[in-house]
Design a protein around this ligand. Structure first.
Ligand code: ADP
Length: 593
C-alpha cells in the first residue's frame, strides 16, 4: 500500500512537472463534461413530461417550452462534443509532454550509469520494457485517468437521479460491477505479466529484425544468403513472444463475456421493475424515460470507471518497472571534483585485479605500473591478453576488484568519475561513427567547448584529413554516412582518422590510442606513427598496437600476457632480455621483410 502511494505520488509529480498547465485544463474540461449527462437526462425528463402533459407547472406555452427544451438539449450535446474535442487536444498535448519528459529521464539515467549495467541482460530487459512502452503508455495513462475521473463523477450524478427511485437499483448496479472490477483488475496484471515474461524473446525478435533490415548487417546477410535463416529465427521468437499475451487475452475475453451475461440480465430486470412502476402509475412517462436513460448511462459510466481503474492498475505495473529502472544506483560513487587537467602529473596502478561480471576468471591480475606526465607508453600482447581492459580501467569505465589506481597520489575512487574522465581522450578499437557533419564529428571530442574552427581544422590536418574534408560538397559541414539524404559515406580507414581527429581535438592531458592503425593503409599508418611525437606533443600517450615496429620508439613498452604484465622496458631492453617481446618482434620482422 505504501509502495502504491509512493508510485502514485511520483507519477503525479512527473505529470505536474511535465505538463502542469495541460493537466489542470484537462481536469477542468473533464469536470464540466462529467456533469453534462446529468443535465441531458433531466432535460429528457422535462421534455417527455411536457409533451405528454404530465407536468403540472410551467407558465410557458407548449410551443415555446418544447422549443426551449429542444434547444437546451442541442446546446448540451454541442457543449459535450466541443468539450470532448478540446479535451482530446489537451490530453494529446499532455501525453506528448509526459512522453518527452519520461524519455529524457530514461536517457539521462542511461547515460549516467556505469558501463557494467550495459553488459547485463537484465538491465537491457528493463530498459527495453521502459523504452518499448514509452510511445503509448503516457497517452494510455491520461486516457485511463480521464475514463476513471469522468466515470466516477458522471456515475455519482446519475446515482443522484436513480436514488429518487429507491436504493435497490443503485445497489444492484454497483454490485453488478464488482465482479467486473475484479476480473479487469486481474486481467490487467495478467496481460502485463505475460508481456513482461517474454521481454527477452521480444528483444531477440527485434534483433533478428534489425539483422534483416539494418544497413550494417546487410552486406553479410546478402553475401552469405542468411535472409531465410534469420527470418525463421525472427518468426519463431516473434510467435513465442506473442503467445502468452494472446493466451491471457483469450482467458480475459471468456471471463468478460460471462460477466456481460449478468449485466444484461440485470438491465432486463430493471426494465421490468420500472415498467411495473409506470403501469401502477407510480412514475410518469417522463420519469420512466429519464430513469431508463439514467440507468443505461450509469452502466456506461461505471464500465468506463472500471476500465480506467484497471488500465491504471496495469500502468502502475509499468510505472513500477520504470521507477525500478530509474532507481538503479550507479556503481560508482560521485566523489569530489577532480583535479584541474593542467595539474596532472602521474597515474599509479597498484596490484590491480579485475574480473568482468559473469566471467569465469580475471581479465587482469596483479597489475602494477606508473605512467608519468609526458611519457609515451606502449601496451602490447596477444589478443585477449587484457590490453583494452587495462585502458577501460585507467579511464574508470569500471572499478577494479582488487588493488587501486592513484591519480597524483590520490585514489581515483574519491574523485567524481565524470571529472576524472576529462583527463583522457581515447580512440577505442570499436570507435563510433556519428551520422553528423564532418566538423561536428571532430568537435564532439569536447562537446562542452565552444566552436573553434581552427582547432577542428588543425585536428583534421594532423590525421591527414583536411584535404579530403575541405573537398566535400559542403566542406566540414557535409553530413557523413548514408543515414541522411545527401550524406557522404567514408571508408572505414577514413572514419578511423575522424575518430583520431576527434580524440586530438579534446586536448586532454592523456591520449589513449587502442589499435589506432587497424584500418589505416600503410602510408597513413606510417604518417600517423612517424608524426606521433608531433601529434602527441606535450601529452602523455598510451597506445596499443599489434604492429611492434610502431611501438619501438616508446619510452616504455608493457607486454601483457593472460592478464598479467609479462615484461616491461624500452625496446632495446626488451630485445636484450630475449623474452616474449623479442620473439614477437623477430617473428613480425621476418613476416614484413
Ligand atoms: P585485448 O584488448 O588484449 O585483446 P581484452 O582486454 O579486450 O583483450 O579482453 C581481455 C579478456 O576479457 C578476454 O578474455 C575477453 O574475452 C574478456 N572480455 C573482454 N571484454 C569483456 C566483457 N565486456 N565482458 C566479459 N569479458 C570480456
Amino acid at each position: 500500500m505504501k509502495l502504491q502511494r509512493k508510485i502514485i505520488s511520483r507519477a503525479l509529480r512527473i505529470l505536474m512537472e511535465s505538463s502542469g498547465k495541460e493537466t489542470v485544463v484537462s481536469l477542468m474540461i473533464l469536470i464540466v463534461r462529467s456533469f453534462l449527462p446529468l443535465a441531458g437526462v433531466l432535460l429528457i425528463r422535462y421534455y417527455v413530461e411536457r409533451i405528454t402533459g404530465d407536468t403540472a407547472g410551467g407558465e410557458l406555452p407548449m410551443f415555446s417550452a418544447v422549443t426551449g427544451l429542444i434547444a437546451a438539449m442541442a446546446v448540451t450535446l454541442l457543449a459535450d462534443d466541443w468539450l470532448a474535442s478540446a479535451g482530446y487536444f489537451f490530453a494529446r498535448k499532455q501525453s506528448v509532454r509526459v512522453e518527452g519528459h519520461i524519455s529524457s529521464l530514461i536517457h539521462g539515467h542511461a547515460s549516467g550509469i556505469g558501463l557494467k549495467f550495459f553488459e547485463d541482460p537484465a538491465f537491457h530487459d528493463g530498459l527495453s520494457r521502459a523504452a518499448r512502452d514509452i510511445s503509448w503508455r503516457p497517452a494510455a495513462m491520461v486516457t485511463d485517468m480521464i475514463l476513471l475521473v469522468r466515470g466516477v463523477i458522471s456515475f455519482i450524478a446519475m446515482g443522484y437521479i436513480l436514488r429518487m427511485f429507491g436504493i435497490i437499483p443503485l445497489v444492484v448496479l454497483v454490485l453488478l460491477f464488482l465482479p467486473l472490477l475484479w476480473i479487469r483488475y486481474r486481467n490487467s496484471s495478467r496481460i502485463y505479466m505475460a508481456r513482461k515474461s517474454v521481454t527477452e524473446l521480444t528483444r531477440q525478435a527485434a534483433y533478428f529484425s534489425w539483422l534483416l533490415t539494418g544497413e550494417k548487417p546487410a552486406r553479410e546477410v546478402k553475401l552469405f544468403g542468411l535472409g531465410e535463416y534469420f527470418e525463421n529465427l525472427f518468426r519463431r521468437n516473434f510467435e513465442d513472444s506473442k503467445a502468452p499475451e494472446l493466451e491471457a487475452v483469450r482467458k480475459n475475453t471468456l471471463l468478460e463475456s460471462a460477466s456481460s451475461l449478468v449485466k444484461v440480465a440485470a438491465f432486463a430486470g430493471i426494465l421490468v421493475y420500472a415498467t411495473g412502476a409506470f403501469m401502477r402509475s407510480e412514475i410518469t412517462a417522463g420519469e420512466l424515460a429519464m430513469y431508463l436513460v439514467a440507468f443505461r448511462q450509469a452502466m456506461v459510466y461505471l464500465r468506463d470507471a472500471v476500465s480506467g481503474y484497471s488500465g491504471l492498475a496495469e500502468n502502475r505495473l509499468f510505472l513500477q518497472d520504470l521507477f525500478g529502472f530509474l532507481d538503479l544506483k550507479g556503481d560508482m560513487p560521485d566523489g569530489e571534483k577532480g583535479p584541474d587537467p593542467g595539474t596532472f602529473s602521474e597515474i599509479t596502478v597498484e596490484k590491480m585485479t579485475f574480473t568482468y561480471p559473469g566471467a569465469s576468471g580475471p581479465a587482469l591480475r596483479d597489475i602494477s605500473l606508473k605512467i608519468t606526465r609526458g611519457e609515451k607508453v606502449a601496451v602490447v600482447g596477444p589478443n585477449g591478453s587484457g590490453k583494452t581492459t587495462l585502458v577501460k580501467l585507467l579511464c574508470r569505465l569500471y572499478d577494479p576488484d582488487g588493488g587501486r589506481i592513484l591519480l597524483n597520489g590520490r585514489n581515483i575512487t574519491s574523485i567524481d568519475p565524470d571529472a576524472y574522465r576529462k583527463l583522457f581522450s581515447v580512440v577505442f578499437q570499436n570507435f563510433m561513427l556519428y551520422y553528423l557533419s564532418a566538423g561536428d564529428n571532430i568537435r564532439l571530442g569536447s562537446a562542452e567547448g565552444k566552436e573553434e574552427t581552427e582547432r577542428v581544422i588543425s585536428a583534421a590536418s594532423m590525421t591527414g584529413l583536411h584535404e579530403l574534408l575541405s573537398s566535400l560538397p559542403e566542406g566540414y559541414d557535409t553530413l557523413l554516412g548514408h543515414h541522411t539524404e545527401g550524406g557522404r559515406e567514408l571508408s572505414w580507414g577514413e572514419w578511423q582518422k575522424i575518430a583520431i581527429a576527434r580524440a586530438l581535438y579534446r586536448e586532454a592531458p592523456v591520449l589513449i590510442l587502442d589499435e589506432p592503425s587497424s584500418s589505416l593503409d600503410a602510408d597513413s599508418e606510417y604518417e600517423i606513427f612517424s608524426d606521433l611525437g608531433m601529434i602527441t606533443a606535450g601529452r602523455t600517450c598510451i597506445f596499443i598496437s599489434h604492429r611492434l615496429s610502431n611501438v619501438k620508439d616508446a619510452d616504455r613498452i608493457i607486454v601483457l600476457h593472460k592478464g598479467c604484465i609479462a615484461e616491461s622496458g624500452t625496446h632495446d631492453e626488451l630485445m636484450a632480455a630475449k623474452g616474449s617481446y623479442y620473439s614477437m618482434f623477430t617473428r613480425q620482422k621476418s613476416m614484413y621483410r
